[in-house]
Design a protein around this ligand. Structure first.
Ligand code: TYD
Length: 126
């Protein structure tokens, strides 16, 4: 992401396709999330994503079936790629957080893995 500061505020730019590691086919964003909510709690079989924090802050836990990493997205650290077969847990949403997601495919409910033990079996077999 290119970050530009002007005398009247900032401007952040993502140019496609060169700044995202896949062709983007869907863009959506999470908004109005209560600060005590937990979102995610699923993995995708094939979908690739990049999280882009537009405003606020959020904690993102990524689990690939072997190791878990914790990422605090905020104004200084706004982007996070998520590869397929990664269990994600989003929590600790700041007030007014808007989290944009760039995704490699259209919405497909069959691509979701919503059961953690199924996720572990898929992750450990791959
Ligand atoms: P979900 O991916 O479970 O959201 P989160 O992990 O942020 O809580 O999606 C929430 C609901 O929205 C679910 O019913 C599926 C639906 N949905 C779509 O219809 N299209 C989409 O592109 C997405 C991401 C979700």
């Amino acid at each position: 992401m290119k970050r530009i500061e002007t005398h009247a505020g900032g401007l952040d730019v993502i140019e496609l396709p060169c700044q995202v590691p896949f062709p983007v086919q869907r863009i959506y964003w999470l908004r109005d999330t209560p600060v005590d909510a937990t979102r995610g709690l699923h993995a995708h079989r094939t979908l690739r994503q990049v999280l882009v924090l537009v405003s606020g802050n959020v904690r993102v836990e990524l689990d690939n079936g072997h190791t878990t990493t914790v990422h605090k997205l905020d104004v200084d650290n706004p982007q996070l790629p998520i590869e397929p077969v990664t269990w994600r847990v989003l929590s600790e949403f700041g007030e007014g957080t808007v989290l944009m997601v760039l995704a490699s495919a259209p919405y497909d409910p069959d691509d979701y893995i919503r059961d953690y033990s199924t996720f572990l079996a898929v992750a450990r077999a791959s």
